[in-house]
Unconditional design. Sequence first.
Length: 435
Amino acid sequence: MINLAKIDKQIIWHPITQDKIADLPVIIKEGMGPYLIGQDNKKYLDLISSWWVNLYGHANPHIAKAIYEQALKLEQVIFAGFSHEPAINLCMGLQKILPQPLKRFFFSDNGSSATEIAIKMAFQYWFNQKDYNKKSYISFAGGYHGDTIGAMSVGQSPLHRTFGALLFKNHHIPFPQTWDGDLDVELKEEISLNALQEIIKKHKDEIIALMVEPLVQGANGMQICRPSFLEEICKLTREAGILVIFDEVMTGFGRTGKNFAFEHIDFVPDIICLSKGLTGGFLPLALTIATEKIFEAFLGNNMQVAFTHSHSYTANPLGCAAAIASLELLVKAETTENISTIKEAHTIGLQKLLATEAKLEKFRQIGTIAAFDMVLPDDLDLFKVALSLRRKFIEAGYIIRPLGKTLYLLPPYCTSAQELEQFYENISAIIAEEF
Ligand SMILES: Cc1ncc(COP(=O)(O)O)c(C=O)c1O
């Protein structure tokens, strides 16, 4: 057997990887349901949905067939001055599951672009109305909206510290993370609310928008806040005349137990960003969806007020065909049942761990996402712990990527209750040697 991993190590530059000390990559030859299968035929349960994109399992035949059939008809066409049935059908399909105000669909091809577009769109919304004071955003401390310059500036991820000098200034409020049995949640929420009110009082005229990962901060350790808090900050922000952008790149399409995170609250944002699960995890595609009011601010008799942002692969027909097929699966009763099964399996698993595992804490869950933190001595190198744990999970046949002290599960919806139960039973033995 050719050692592909060794060849890879010599020629490929992997993302978020310290190549000097990283293990050889695991070469995956195929996928099947919630499993990925290695070159050596070893099966791995993909408990992180391959960076949170996969919804219905790997190589799902319904989505694969839709892409194949579309590829035989039309693979790509310029999207300025031209359009096509898959793009139009996808937007009409999404309109059925989105609230009425969110009706203008702007395509791109990854989550960072979707958020970068939202950032630019919100800026130009004010600019087109001759409000030239608007120059900054409010977001959560530790938030992650992608790796492009605008997305890094509005977010505040520790991953982006190196680029500080390149980023523009914004305002950040604390994220009141909570968990099972947390006694301080109200105090944390009050601190965050006060911070928001203070920023609005001082800087209202310059603020373009509040941009948040709704309910769950993904990259910052699957931190979860309460819906009532999210609703309150959104309403406060809108009352101040500031736009609200929800980055649902990770939370979209059922992850939180509802189609979109904003469905947990009584509030419809002005702009939402979707990607990751949009195509069920098959192809890169993204959408920035705005209200008609935002869209109308870009209408005029010259290009000056138009939104001059584009990507070569905008609304790629294959991606759109995959997204339509994925949407067909999302609205099936079977998917709703699978999501409930995962929710229940997490709840049972977390309760067992809470009762038996003293090395874990801060158990939290929303929908199909479960997370908990490892109780580690302060002087441990978290990066090395993560590397070592990842290796142990791989050996045990699980794909898990610790985020700092946090371990989380975000499985494809076809993962069974038994598979999750087995994992919750095995985890103590896997992490045992690490502490
Ligand atoms: C909330 C959120 N926004 C944006 C992004 C960026 O998406 P992409 O990796 O597709 O650029 C991510 C990726 O993890 C994300 O979690």
